[in-house]
Design a protein around this ligand. Sequence first.
Ligand code: ADE
Ligand code: ZN
Length: 337
Amino acid sequence: MRSPEALAGALPKAELHVHLEGTLEPEMVFFFAKKHGVRMRFPTATALRQAYRFQDLQSFLDLYYEGAGVLRDREDFHQLTLAYVDRVAREGVWHVEPFFDPQTHTARGVEMRDVVEGVVGGLREGQKKHGISWRLIPCFLRHLSEEEARKTWRELLPYREHFSAVGLDSSEKGNPPSKFAGVFSEVRAAGLPAVAHAGEEGPAAYIREAIDVLKAVRIDHGVRCREDPGLVGELARDRVPLTVCPLSNVKLCVFKNLSEHPLKELLRAGVNVSVNSDDPAFFGGLLETWLACVRELGLGEEDLAQLARNSFAGSFLPEEEKRKWIQKIDRLAGVSF
Ligand code: ADE
Ligand code: ZN
C-alpha cells in the first residue's frame, strides 16, 4: 500500500505562491552580508533563525525586509533564485511562479535591471538543469503609496516580456486592494493580469475587492473567504484559484493550529485551492508543507491528487501544458476516465 506521504512526494506539483526574498535562508543572509560587508544585528545564522517567532504578519515582514537588505547585485539574485529551484527540484515540483518585491531592492539603490535579469538568469539556469518551467510575478508593496507603485511599474515596463502577472503583497490590514486601482488598470492595459494577496489577515471583503476592482485572476491566501459563505460559493463556481500557504498561516498566527486550517473544507467546497510555502526559509519548504497537511488534516490520496491538479490548473501555463500535467497526475493517482 502506498502511503499518502509517498504520494505527496511523487505527485508532480506546481508552486504558485513563493516570494524569492522568503527563500533566503539565514546562512545565505550571512554569506551575502559577508560578500558585501553588511553588518548584521544578529551574531550568527543560528541566532537569526531563533528570532523567527512571529505574532502576526507585520512582525514577520520586519525581519523579512531586513534579511532582503543583503541582496545587492545581479549575481546575488541569480544565486538565490537558482538555490530555490535546486531545492524544489528534489520535492517533485515541475513548475514555479515566484514573486519578487522590486521596491525592496530599488529603494536601496539596486538597479531594476540587476534584480530582474538576475532572477530570470537563475530561473533559466534552473530550467536547463532540472526541466522546471517558470512564470515570474513582480509585486507592489501595499504599505507604500499608489504613486510609488506607479513609478515602479514604469521601471518594470522594459522587462514586461519576462512577467506573467503583477501582484500585491506586504501589510494587508488598512491597505485594501482599491488603494491600487489606478496602477493595476495600467498593468492590465499593458496586457498583464493582476493577482493579489487578499484575505490573509485582511477581511473577506478584500478578496471581493481584489476580484472586482483589480480584476485579480488569482488570489494569494484568500483563506478568510470562509467568513463569507456566499463568496466561497462564487470562488468555487468561477474556479478562482486560491494559492493557500497553510504553514505560513500557522506561523503568522492566522490560525492557532494546522488542524484548524480550512484547506480541506475549501477543497471539499470545490474551490481551486493549491498548497504553497509562501516563504520557505521562514515557514518550511513546499514538500514539508504538503506533509504537514497530510498529517494534521488527514488528507487522503484523492485530496492530494486534486491539490496537485489545482496547482497546475491555477497556473499561467498554456491550457495544453496544464492538460498534460493533469493527465500525469491522474495516471499516478490511479484515476481513469
Ligand atoms: N511578503 C512575503 N510574505 C508575505 C505574506 N505572507 N503576506 C504578505 N506579504 C508577504
Ligand atoms: Zn505571500
